[in-house]
Design a protein around this ligand. Structure first.
Ligand code: NAD
Length: 361
């Protein structure tokens, strides 16, 4: 029987609760489709600070690297009340996130924004805009650009001045573009590359390299769109998008916008990939310290992230489909956690939602 090594980072807040439910569902998929996942639990974020004094140790990075994939809950606490935020910024929980992305070379971030028929009422857009619903994938470059560029604050003639730099080389653009086209091939075969080529040099290079890469994918349609237009189109006509391919900062903003048009933060999965099949899978939401330990968190975003892990890192497409189908079925059957509750539905907690999805595998 096929066996895979999965590093599990439960993290903080609701992290341990939602990860436990994802494991339940993964194990059920393993039983049905004939594979075994061997889990190794690792500490990161606040949980690691409490034990090691730092949000991410080298041992944790090494253990993650030696696994087939990483499944993560979420890290961080309440910035106003948690002692973790008394530490200097480089020792706070979130510093662990940036470090693990960089250490594992996770340059491609994937965030699906999918509108479930059953959750249409949570979508803030009008019915005629929603139409038949939408299903897009935001592909964001994650280890370059403005967030990783050189930065400093200086004082010139008594005036404070801050400088951030936005740098991309063609290799960084090419590898993410290839990933974007590869993913589009498995979907509706359309890539919308988003940039600000009317102003930025880095965007002009982005556009040129994406054009070069597209020559190898004649079956995938490519369009270029300016980021300001894309921000408008996401709320004007989200159906037009399949894969949105973009750099780090634009992707940060657009992926949150795309998430919010689905209306349900507890449903949003994400994956971060490197050049190989390896990836880190986590929900798009945070650690929700306000509801931690109450068995009311929605585990579906983590369960859908686990499905992405089956598909992208383990090539278990059939099992991934089964998990996604089980989630759809549970919604169709009228079960909801509090965050997605609507009249006439049955309210369930985090654990019960996990059980209901597991039963439908
Ligand atoms: P959040 O996503 O944790 O919570 C925002 C709101 O959504 C809260 O009201 C919360 O209760 C609700 N919510 C989130 N996930 C939910 C779920 N699965 N089910 C039901 N309700 C859910 O964002 P925040 O409050 O801004 O951040 C809290 C902490 O999480 C911070 O420390 C932040 O830095 C961290 N964070 C971590 C990640 C990550 O690990 N990748 C991402 C974002 C935020």
């Amino acid at each position: 029987m096929a066996r895979y090594k999965i590093a599990v980072i439960p993290g903080d807040g609701i992290g341990p609760e939602i990860v436990a439910e994802a494991r339940k569902v993964l194990d059920a998929a393993g039983e049905k489709f004939g594979f075994v996942l061997d889990y190794q639990e690792l500490l990161m974020g606040g949980a690691s600070i409490d034990v090691h004094g730092v949000p991410l140790t080298d041992e944790t990075i090494a253990a993650a690297k030696s696994s087939d994939a990483v499944l993560m809950g979420s890290i961080g606490g309440d910035a106003k009340t948690s002692p973790w935020y008394q530490l200097e910024p480089s020792k706070r929980p979130e510093a662990g996130l940036l470090k693990i992305r960089k250490s594992l070379n996770l340059f491609a971030n994937l965030r699906p924004a999918y509108l479930y028929e059953e959750l249409k009422q949570a979508c803030p857009l009008r019915d005629e805009v929603i139409g038949e619903g939408f299903d897009m994938m935001i592909m964001r470059e994650l280890t370059g650009g403005l967030y990783f560029g050189e930065r400093r604050t200086v004082e010139e003639n008594g005036v404070r001045k801050a400088i951030d730099t936005l740098t991309y080389d063609e290799n960084e653009i090419r590898r993410i573009a290839r990933r974007g086209f590869d993913i589009a091939r498995k979907r509706r075969k359309k890539v919308t590359s988003v940039d600000k080529a009317n102003v930025l040099d880095s965007s002009r290079l982005w556009r040129a390299v994406v054009d070069e890469v597209s020559a190898d994918y004649p079956d995938v349609e490519l369009e270029h769109m300016l980021v300001d237009n894309c921000a408008m189109q996401l709320v004007r006509d989200p159906k037009q998008f399949d894969v949105i391919l973009t750099e780090n900062m634009f992707g940060d903003i657009l992926s949150d916008e795309a998430s919010m048009v689905t209306g349900s933060i507890g449903m949003l999965a994400s994956a971060s990939l490197n050049e190989t099949k390896f990836g880190l899978y986590e929900p798009s939401h945070g650690s929700a310290p306000d509801i931690a330990g109450k068995d009311i968190a929605n585990p579906i975003a983590t369960i859908l992230s686990a499905a992405m892990m089956l598909r992208f890192s383990l090539d278990l497409d059939e099992a991934a489909d089964a998990v996604e189908k089980a989630v759809k079925q549970v919604l169709k059957d009228g079960y909801r956690t509090g965050d997605i509750l609507s009249p006439g539905c049955t309210r369930v907690g985090c654990q019960e939602m996990g059980d209901l999805i597991r039963e439908r595998i």
